[in-house]
Design a protein around this ligand. Structure first.
Ligand SMILES: CC(C)C[C@H](N)C(=O)N1CCC[C@H]1C(=O)O
Length: 670
């Protein structure tokens, strides 16, 4: 950061305050919008589950692919500062487009609460998502690298702390927004008719993105802004291309070997550029095994959440929904990052162990593998409890149906004596409870709750199953003008059949008259058992991801800092793709076996990575670049001297020649 005067507070450049606040707001915006996106697709745009999931994952993957674009623009053309400003504007426009696309009143001409021109909403939201992916991905590598740029070469320790604080901000922002936006979405809003408020759930992230932009601009006067160094990526590609071609041209044994294949570009390209490309390639090569970490990490949003749906979420009086378990990750990040930085790493140092960045990343991968072993153990526990429940279910249902048949035979005309066979045999999805009613009365009964209507149940018949959430539910039973209420509490993943007896007396409540048969017991394995797996994956993330972020910065040449950050984020994108592929291909009969398979794969990859890391030599790019520049200057001096010498000699020769010619002239004249 030569030549910049930057205000410092406690040894840290003041400018980084604006950068971390910007990151906090940006991550709030991104994760907040993402938290309600699938529900928006499903309930607002009315897409089916498959389409909603595919578009969601495509969007997430795109967000981690666009960093390459942003990095190229920043390092080669606009510089990081301008790239962040321009792409943040694109990003904010995208968020506003999303918020507008979720206002149902815009096309609700008949005012029935549903949009009448769905194409408008779909097109606007897709344009919005594209702009968001471009913006969030584009600025992500630039913001991290721009933050790193604010430190001088001697501020290594401060820069490391910056990357930790940066990670804390990412997770602080995401934690807050994933709690807040679902609450906003659940509100009712609208001009002509009230609907779930997706526009507010997207509007608040849009506002936060504008705040992020303003905060970043306010800090403008304080930043160190490294100048872009021309179309560096084009030069890099050309240089690599030339090295390969030149090597191929000189493949015969008669040409002496060169130390590195990139040295074959020496005939045409600057030695500094070749050295810089070597630095980048070395790090990129090291990145090859890394997507496997993200493949495991990203499954906490899918497989682990599905696992939570088969568990019991009652924490005392607090009920945790399966998808809320994911917030354990950012919560743990907020506690583990400071503990690692101020206790664990210094302790390891004190023990005389050199815990290098690559060693930390290796341990991080191992911790993620342990997390998956924990997930497998929890899965085995769930499977065992389910087997017991299934056994209970089968044995109790035998008695139960025997009992029902007796009643039917006694009360039903022969034409109605058809006990149904489509009884539920497996646990309901997503932690819901499957409920049905049997009407033992001679008159039809209507049963309803605010969220579902079981319809009119004919005498001596069953209703269909309805899925309802956990918690206390009050059913209202109607027969003609008479009604009564029946309340009960549900856990997660159970199934009940409620029997309305012929002797039911309607009154204010019919609590005592209705009997419940438990077809499938509620989930018995507690969600708290997932905490160890969350702990290990998050501890792994702190060691792997925070370190990787800093490593990518510190090992990158000055003109390719953002590019290498983009390379790092690219490993996240590939990890996401692998999850998509695996979800399609891996059809292991047992879920716990799949977890063990992933853990083993990561251990294998980790082993390969540790070998690669062993051969990696840490460099100080600034020092190498300075050395090259010095050499070039010295060469320039040498060249100048040589040139001067040559000029003098040439002049001498010329004057001798002139003298000779003068003499000749003189002689001829004579
Ligand atoms: C999934 C959490 C909300 C965020 C996660 N702990 C995290 O910080 N990241 C996941 C991918 C990289 C990083 C991020 O930059 O968002």
């Amino acid at each position: 950061m030569a030549g910049t005067i930057n205000k410092e507070v406690c040894g840290y450049p003041l400018s980084i305050f604006f950068i971390v606040v910007n990151e906090f707001c940006e991550r709030f915006s991104y994760y907040g919008m993402r938290a309600v996106l699938v529900l928006y697709f499903k309930y607002f745009l009315r897409w089916d589950d498959d389409l909603a999931t595919s578009i969601y994952h495509t969007f997430v993957a795109l967000c981690y692919l666009t960093p390459i674009l942003g990095a190229i623009v920043a390092d080669s053309w606009l510089g990081k500062f301008k790239t962040i400003i321009y792409l943040s504007i694109v990003y904010a426009i995208g968020q506003v487009a999303m918020a507008v696309s979720a206002i149902h009143d815009i096309t609700d001409t008949d005012r029935d609460g549903t949009p009448d021109n769905m194409t408008f909403h779909v097109v606007l939201s897709m344009v919005g998502l594209f702009l968001i992916a471009l913006g969030t991905g584009g600025i992500k590598p630039c913001v991290a690298a721009f933050g790193g740029d604010q430190f001088s070469d001697h501020q290594d320790r401060q820069r490391r702390t910056f990357f930790s604080v940066f990670y804390l901000c990412i997770n602080g922002g995401s934690l807050l927004s994933t709690i807040i936006t679902p609450i906003l979405r659940a509100q009712d809003c609208g001009i002509h008719s009230q609907q779930k408020c997706y526009s507010l759930a997207f509007g608040v992230p849009a506002a936060l993105m504008l705040v992020a932009l303003v905060v970043f601009i306010v800090g403008s006067g304080m930043y160190y802004k490294a100048e872009p160094q021309g179309n560096i990526m084009l030069d890099v590609c050309k240089c690599i291309g030339f090295a390969i071609k030149n090597r191929y041209r000189h493949r015969s044994n008669q040409y002496p070997k060169r130390q590195h294949w990139m040295d074959w570009a020496e005939e045409k390209y600057d030695k500094l550029l070749i050295a810089q490309i070597k630095m980048v390639l070395k790090v990129l090569f090291l990145y090859i095994p890394l997507p496997m970490f993200w493949t495991l990490f990203d499954q906490k949003g899918s497989r682990w959440t599905l696992q939570a749906t088969t568990m019991n979420g009652y924490f005392g009086s607090l009920v945790i929904q399966p998808d809320q378990m994911q917030t354990v990750n950012p919560i743990l990040i907020l506690t583990l990052v400071p503990i690692m930085d101020s206790v664990i790493y210094p302790l390891i140092n004190k023990c005389g162990l050199n815990f290098t960045p690559l060693k930390r990343m290796t341990v991080g991968m191992l911790l993620a593998a342990i997390a998956f072993v924990c997930a497998a153990l929890v899965q085995i526990e769930i499977d065992v409890s389910r087997k017991q429940l299934l056994y209970l279910f089968i044995s109790s249902s035998h008695f139960y149906f025997f009992f029902l048949n007796l009643i039917f035979r006694k009360h039903c005309p022969p034409s109605h004596q058809h006990p149904r066979t489509d009884d539920i045999t497996s646990k309901p999805q997503e932690g819901n409870n499957a409920i049905r009613f049997v009407n033992g009365m001679k008159t039809a009964v209507n049963v309803s709750i605010p969220a579902a209507n079981f319809g009119l149940i004919e005498p001596f018949s069953y209703s269909n199953y309805s899925l309802i959430k956990n918690g206390k539910v009050t059913f209202t039973l109607w027969s003609g003008s008479q009604s009564c209420e029946y309340s009960t509490d549900f856990g997660f993943g159970s199934s009940y059949t409620f029997f309305i007896p012929s002797t039911l007396v309607f009154g204010p409540n019919c609590q005592e008259s209705i009997t419940a048969a438990e077809d499938i017991k509620p989930n018995s394995v507690h969600m708290a058992l997932q905490i160890p797996q969350y702990f290990f994956i998050t501890a792994g993330e702190v060691m792997f991801s925070v370190t990787g972020l800093e490593f990518s910065y510190s090992q990158a040449p000055s003109n390719m800092k953002a590019v290498l950050q983009a390379g790092w984020l690219f490993t996240v994108a590939i990890g996401n793709f692998i999850v998509l592929i695996v979800a399609e291909l891996a059809k292991l009969p047992k879920q716990w076996a799949e977890y063990v398979l992933f853990a083993s794969l990561l251990v294998a990859v980790c082993f390969i990575f540790s070998i690669m890391a062993y051969f990696y030599t840490y460099i100080d790019p600034a020092e190498i670049e300075a050395q090259f520049k010095k050499n070039v200057n010295e060469d320039d001096e040498d060249n100048k001297h040589k040139l001067q010498k040559t000029e003098v000699e040439m002049n001498k020769r010329d004057s001798i020649k002139c003298h000779d010619e003068d003499d000749k002239d003189k002689q001829t004249k004579m």
